[in-house]
Write a protein that binds this ligand. Structure first.
Ligand code: FAD
Length: 473
């Protein structure tokens, strides 16, 4: 009888334990992707993620096709779709790679129990993470809340296995499931076509992921530790969306680094380690995207300011480094990590807007939107998270811009309307002399906004509000 392999955020053929096990079994393989937007508690994917998913499924379909397997696409509740696929194909094994978002893991646990009750074989495998969040424990048996000891424990205790070879020719099941075409999944609206910048920037799919990894290792790994904070250099791997959709595994990344003597290797490994840590936190704190990790933050008085929120979302705060980041996000579905921190800090601390509004916007617009990394990072910036930035650390958007984009190349690339300003004023246009603004064809308040808030005053306000929250007053 056939084996069903469920695909979710593991859209790859290489290093795919579930697929390799199915191929080894030798029975016909049914590859199935279920778009489950019906099961309660599963968070709906954002628009940028849906765009990525569409193209990633297309790439996966092609790769599976080369091995002889059809990719079937379906919509509905996971359990019901799998039951139908079993009825239609006569499959007696169902395999998948594990998910660690607690609401997704719960769906999978119910599925496994249901299948086993019926006497079928249901088995799950690793692949998304180097560590099993349930198994890595502190000395006292709890979970880790601080990154450094977490990463030390990972390094000391977790064996990083080699990637699993892709199967050769597989016996693909040739029947019909009444499945949908990719366009019928309806992931991306045809009008309006907002995805031009995404198409120009990305190549979803595992071949794109492998090409990115090789290019990064050859070109940028040496010096990663020095250059990773400078957004105009594009010196980071930009693997995040590929990782988020499981087109590449951390096992493959670590295996490729094994022979590397480059200076940036250990820093890069530890950044991938932050992803492990975020999942560790999410696994043990299912509400990480909705609830403050530190409950004292529930008393925080956030401002309800829709106009300011909209200005931030659209890159119109008047602070060039913040606006450049938000526009990069809108155009390409991605933002450089340093700028994510600056933009998030601005929303939370300068505008005093609840971090959850920022988390939601990123969730909708990032191609790498990731349940663990996004929630953990937002809480980190807010100070409400585990191992978070201290509340009195408030990024100064001007000084951050001058430090990490000293020639203003990043800002000029994203905000051409202020591009003619000299380096000295590129991060503080409001200080430029009127004649210079005129020569540069800039009319502050018209062609580019004046600052939404005065950073100095906003900083004082944030310190007072945070302090009174801490004092419980
Ligand atoms: P590289 O520097 O090349 O790092 C390699 C990989 O390590 C990344 O792809 C990522 O998987 C992981 N990584 C790197 N930095 C971090 C970090 N700080 N935390 C967790 N993992 C990290 N990352 C996401 O993948 N999805 C998100 O939704 C997301 N939201 C974020 C929101 C905010 C407010 C902030 C400050 C950060 C967020 N990050 C998120 C983390 C980080 O910004 C991105 O992972 C990184 O910018 C991706 O670019 P890269 O692949 O070139 O990173």
């Amino acid at each position: 009888a056939p084996t069903i392999v469920l695909f979710r955020r593991d859209l790859r053929v290489d290093d795919n334990a579930a697929l390799a096990t199915a191929a080894d079994r030798g029975a016909p393989v049914v590859a199935l992707y279920v778009l489950d937007e019906e099961t309660k508690d599963l968070r709906a994917m954002g628009a940028a993620s849906r765009w990525w998913l569409h193209h990633s499924l297309a790439a996966l379909g092609r790769r599976l096709g080369q091995t002889g397997v059809n990719l079937f696409l379906a919509r509905g509740r996971t359990g019901e779709v799998v039951a139908k696929a079993i009825a239609a194909s006569g499959a007696d094994w169902v395999l998948w790679n594990r998910r660690y978002d607690p609401s997704e893991a719960a769906v999978d646990a119910r599925l496994k129990a249901g299948l086993r009750e019926k006497g079928l074989t249901a088995q799950s495998f690793d692949g998304a993470l180097l560590h099993e969040p349930l198994l890595l424990k502190t000395g006292s048996g709890g979970f880790y809340k601080v990154y450094t000891p977490f990463w030390k424990a990972m390094t000391d205790k977790v064996h990083v296995r080699d990637p699993i070879d892709p199967p050769g020719r597989v016996d693909g099941w040739q029947g019909e499931l009444g499945s949908l075409s990719l366009n019928e999944l309806d992931l991306v609206p045809t009008k309006p076509d907002w995805a031009q910048g995404l198409r120009q920037t990305w190549r979803p799919g595992e071949e794109g992921a492998q090409a990115r990894l090789q290019e990064f290792i050859e070109r940028d790994l040496a010096g990663y530790e020095r250059r990773r904070d400078f957004p105009s250099r594009l010196a980071t791997s930009r693997l995040s969306p590929h990782l988020a959709f499981g087109e590449i595994t951390p096992f493959q990344i670590f295996a490729s680094l094994r022979r590397s003597k480059s200076s940036g290797t250990s820093k890069f490994r530890s950044e991938v380690g932050w992803r492990e840590f975020s999942y560790h936190l999410l696994f043990h704190n299912p509400g990480l995207a909705q609830r403050n990790f530190r409950p004292e933050f529930d008393a925080m008085s956030w401002r309800d300011d829709k106009r300011a929120l909209r200005a931030w979302q659209h890159g119109l705060t008047g602070y060039p480094i913040v606006d450049a980041g938000m526009r990069e996000l809108w155009r390409t579905g991605w933002m450089h990590n340093r700028v994510r921190m600056i933009a998030a800090s601005f929303l939370i601390k300068d505008l005093m807007i609840d971090w959850r509004h920022g988390e939601k916007w990123f969730w909708d617009t990032l191609v790498d939107a990731d349940a663990a990394n996004n929630a953990a990072s937002w809480q980190w910036v807010a100070g409400s998270g585990a191992d978070a930035a201290p509340y009195f650390r408030i990024f100064n958007p001007v000084l951050q811009g001058e430090k990490f984009d000293p020639q203003g190349d990043y800002v000029r690339g994203q905000i051409p309307e202020i591009g003619a300003l000299p380096d000295r004023y590129i991060h503080r246009p409001w200080e430029a002399p009127a004649s210079l603004l005129q020569d540069s064809k800039i009319e502050l308040g018209k062609t580019y906004p004046t600052p939404l808030v005065d950073h100095g005053a906003a900083r004082e306000r944030a310190l007072i509000v945070y302090q009174s929250m801490k004092d419980g007053s």
